[in-house]
Design a protein around this ligand. Sequence first.
Ligand SMILES: [Zn+2]
Length: 440
Amino acid sequence: MTLRAFRGELLSVARDPRDHPDAVRHEADGLLVVEDGIVVARGPYADLADAHDGIAVEPLPGLIVPGFIDAHVHYPQMDCIASHGAQLLDWLDRHIFPAEQAFADRAHAENVASAFLDELLRNGTTSALVFPTVHAHSVDALFDAALERQMRIVSGKVLMDLGPEGLADTPERARTESEALIRRWQGRGRLGYAVTPRFALTSSDAQLDVAGALLAAHPDALLHTHLAENPRECAAVAERFPDALDYLDVYDRFGLVGPRSVFAHGVHLPDRACGRLAQSGAGIAICPSSNLFLGSGFFDFGQADRHRLRLGLGTDIGAGTNFSMLHTAGMAYQAALARGDALDPFRALFLATAGSAALLHIADRVGSLEPGQEADFVLLDAASTPLLARRTAGASLAERLFALQILGDDRAIFRTYVLGDCAWRRDDVHAPPAAKEYAR
Ligand SMILES: [Zn+2]
C-alpha cells in the first residue's frame, strides 16, 4: 500500500454549476490524500493535517484541477491537424481518408498511438473517448499504449462499410472484429469499449443494424459517432434517409440512441431531436475548435440548455486545432457567445472534466477529485506566459480560470498526474505562483 498526500490549491466542479451553483469546490490551501492511486481524503489542509499526521506531504505549485477528459478525438488524425482548404466532406476525402489508409500498417498505428497519448498527457488530458481507424489493430495499438501509461481510454473499431477503398469493411467483419476486440479489451486496466460507426453516410443500413445488435449484446459498451456536424453532411443524410424525421432519427431507427450514446458535434439539430436526446439520456460532445475550423457552425448552448441535454467537450483532433482542453474551453466560450450565451468559466471546467466523464459513464472514477475517485490531476500554471502572468496578477479565481481558458494551452500544464503518479512534467524549473499570491 502506498499512501501519499499532496498540498496545494484545489479546484473541481463535480456537477453542472448552471443547475448546482454549490458544485464548485475550491480549497485555497488544500490537502489531497491518495492511497494506491485513489483519493481517500480531500479538504482544507488545516482540517485534515492532524488526521494524516505521519504521511509525507508533497507541496504542489499551481492550481490543481482534475485531469481533463476529451470526449471526442481521432488519434489517427493527429498528423493531419491544420490541413488547409475544405469543409467536412471534402476534407475527409482530401486529407483524412488517405492518412487513415496508412494505418493498414500496424507499426505505423503503434507509432502514432504512442505519440498521441503522450500529447494528451502533455496537455493535461488523462482520459478520452477516441476514434481509431477501421483496422482492428488500430484499436489494439491504442489500448496497448494506454495500458502502458495507465490512462483511462475508451475506443472501438470504426465501422464504415461504405468508406473509400482501403477503409471499407463489411457488416460481417464489423461484427466479428468488434466482438473479438470487446472480448480482448473490455474491462482491462482502465479501458472501455465503444461501438463506433463513423457516421450515417459511411455505413450501410445492414452495418448500422450490426452496430445496434452489438450495443444490445454489450450493455457496458458506449455508442460513439458523429451527428449533425456540417450543413452539407446534414443535407446528404436527409437525401439518403428521406423517411427519417431528422438526422438523430436515422440512428434511432437502428437502436443507436440511448443513455450510453455519445454524439459528437450536434450543431444543427431540430428541437425534436434535442427532445429525443434528453429523453434517451444520450449526450453531446461539443467540439468548438473543429466546428470553427471546418466552417460547420456554432453549437447552440441555449437550445441544449432548454432541453437540459447532457454535454461534454471534445477537441476533435484533427479537425480541431488544439489538443488543449483549456483552449477548447475558451473556444466553447466564444462559440456560445456567438449565439448570445456567455459560458461561465466554472461551467467550462465542468464540461472539460466531470461533464465529459458523465458522458463516458466514468464519472464514478474520474473528473472531480472526490474521495473514492482515481487521482488523475493537473497542475495549471497561470503565469506560464508573460501575458498570462500579467493578466492574472491579483486576479480572482474566476478571472484566473477564464484567462487560462482564453490564453492558456499546453504551456500552462506544469505537471500531469495519473493515479497519483507524475506522468508528465514541463521541463523548465519555474514553478507556478502559489495560491496566496492571488489572494483577494
Ligand atoms: Zn470527429
